[in-house]
Design a protein around this ligand. Structure first.
Ligand code: FE
Length: 205
């Protein structure tokens, strides 16, 4: 998205975090290697590819889909995606009639275990304040024009409850297996700020 790769000056928050980390490290409260290890897990090992596997399983396994919609925490645990900030999950299924979008109006609660770390826009004040007031306008800015016949539902995450949107399975993917389907699922489609394009040239659903 950002093609310039310029280095922005660190934000006041980043500077405060760095100062705090330095202080805690100096006093022996925090082991910087442990902090790095945790960051590595959430930056590289855990990410939207986990959520994509949940979605692809829901598309291909009706029983799993039912369990996911009934108790997402348990269903996601079946696939082994446990851990920080994924303890209480709810899955929201997009349909012909309903499009779901997720925000945390208070801060930036996000389902780390299935989506990794939240993108900058998710944490931005503009997104957090505006998506609840004018969701269709915000979604249009993401390039997503939700038709008027489709209701838009906005879900406010909390530290106790986090959401995973199950996007609609694209048309033209009937021939794809679970792994190939998972490769189609994007992070933003699981937050609800995007939908998945139909696949052309397939053999139909
Ligand atoms: Fe939050």
């Amino acid at each position: 998205m950002n093609e310039h790769h310029h280095q922005d000056p660190p934000s006041p928050m980043a500077l405060r975090v760095k100062a705090l980390e330095t202080l805690l490290t100096e006093r022996g409260v925090v082991d910087p290697e442990a902090v790095d290890a945790i960051l590595d897990v959430y930056e590289h090992q855990v990410g939207p590819h986990n959520g994509a596997r949940v979605v692809a399983r829901a598309w291909t396994d009706p029983d799993f889909r039912e369990r996911l919609l009934d108790d997402a925490t348990a269903a996601i645990a079946e696939l082994g995606f446990l851990g920080m900030q994924g303890e209480h999950m709810v899955a929201l299924e997009n349909t012909e009639r309903v499009h779901n979008v997720v925000v945390c109006t208070l801060c930036s609660c996000y389902p780390w275990s299935v989506l990794g770390l939240p993108p900058a826009w998710y944490k931005s004040h503009a997104y957090r304040s505006r998506v609840v007031i004018e969701p269709r306008a915000v979604l249009r800015e993401f390039g997503l024009d939700v038709p008027e016949r489709v209701a838009v539902r906005v879900w406010d995450s909390t530290a106790e409850l986090r959401y995973l949107v199950v996007p609609r399975r694209p048309a033209g993917t009937g021939h794809l297996d679970e792994e190939a389907l998972a490769a189609l699922v994007t992070r933003d489609s699981m937050v609800g700020t995007a939908v998945l394009p139909d696949v052309t040239g397939g053999t139909g659903t």
